[in-house]
Design a binder for this molecule. Structure first.
Ligand SMILES: Cc1cc2nc3c(=O)[nH]c(=O)nc-3n(C[C@H](O)[C@H](O)[C@H](O)COP(=O)(O)O)c2cc1C
Length: 252
């Protein structure tokens, strides 16, 4: 499809950024079978959480607290900070396809200062928040737009903070996946390739296949985060499922 000269706005809601740890309480996977031993404790935890926080069944599932779930938490970094971002919409759709398999923990990147190495040892609370959130995750999911044939400045800024000072990278050794949406024909391929090189420098094991360059069209993802095109949905489900396997293979 030819690249459009304008960027039409969409009325679809964007995913909210839950605060770090609002859904998941630990970075460890959970497997609950029956209600003996640990299962019994978890049942009590579920009951007390329900009472204290009035968490919905969906939130409990996302937190990995539902019997039978084996859920890993992934830090989700969307490289666009604009309200109607198509990459945020894509994140919402992936969260839906990953329901019951991965707990998405969105990393907020629009309140970070511009990276300055002079300040890397005296980070702002927002920087510290992000590093802790990323460090607590079992995996990393990056959704990148392409800006001038590379990743957006906001995403690079977030990566620079998360990986400094030298030797303290919050990314180190984690499994990761990269995906991106653009209205253009080559759909973020170059930005993704740049990002893969950056992450390799932090020993992030990125999902090799499938490469996911999503050419976005209006209506591709509906207001509830459903992918409306069956072929794209199947493809994205495969991407999610491969990432689930990669995270399970690497995360403890
Ligand atoms: C500064 C800038 C540079 C861009 N460069 C590219 C580009 O190199 N390749 C591309 O496919 N789209 C490019 N675009 C278009 C983006 O893909 C489009 O704005 C897309 O909607 C961004 O994703 P978002 O909606 O998640 O912010 C650019 C947009 C901006 C604002």
């Amino acid at each position: 499809m030819p690249q459009k000269s304008r960027e039409p706005r969409s009325s679809a809601p964007v995913p909210k950024y839950p605060s770090a740890g609002s859904l998941a309480v630990s970075s460890r996977p959970r497997l609950f079978i029956g209600f003996r031993g640990e299962g019994q404790q978890r049942a009590a935890e579920i009951a007390s959480r329900l009472a204290a926080r009035q968490m919905s069944g969906r939130a409990l599932s996302a937190a990995g607290l539902v019997k039978g779930c084996h859920m890993h938490k992934v830090a989700v970094i969307v490289g666009s900070i604009r309200k109607d971002s198509i990459n945020k919409k894509l994140a919402g759709a992936l969260a839906k396809l990953a329901e019951g398999k991965l707990a998405f923990d969105y990393v907020k990147i629009d309140d970070l200062p511009l990276f300055n190495q002079d300040n890397e040892t005296s980070p702002t609370p927002e920087v510290t928040r992000n590093k802790a959130q990323i460090a607590a995750a079992d995996g990393l999911l990056f959704l990148t737009p392409e800006h001038n044939r590379s990743i957006p400045a906001a995403m690079k800024n977030a990566i620079d903070w998360a990986t400094r000072p030298h030797g303290t990278s919050a990314f180190r050794g984690k499994p990761g996946a990269i995906i991106g949406a653009s209205r253009g024909g080559i759909a973020t391929a170059i930005a993704q390739s740049h990002l893969r090189v950056i992450l390799a420098g932090h020993l992030v094991a990125t999902l090799g296949t499938p490469e996911a360059h999503v050419q976005f069209k209006d209506g591709l993802i509906d207001d509830s985060g459903n992918v409306t095109d069956e072929t794209t949905k199947k493809f994205l489900q495969g991407f999610v499922d491969n990432f689930v396997k990669l995270v399970a293979a690497i995360a403890r």
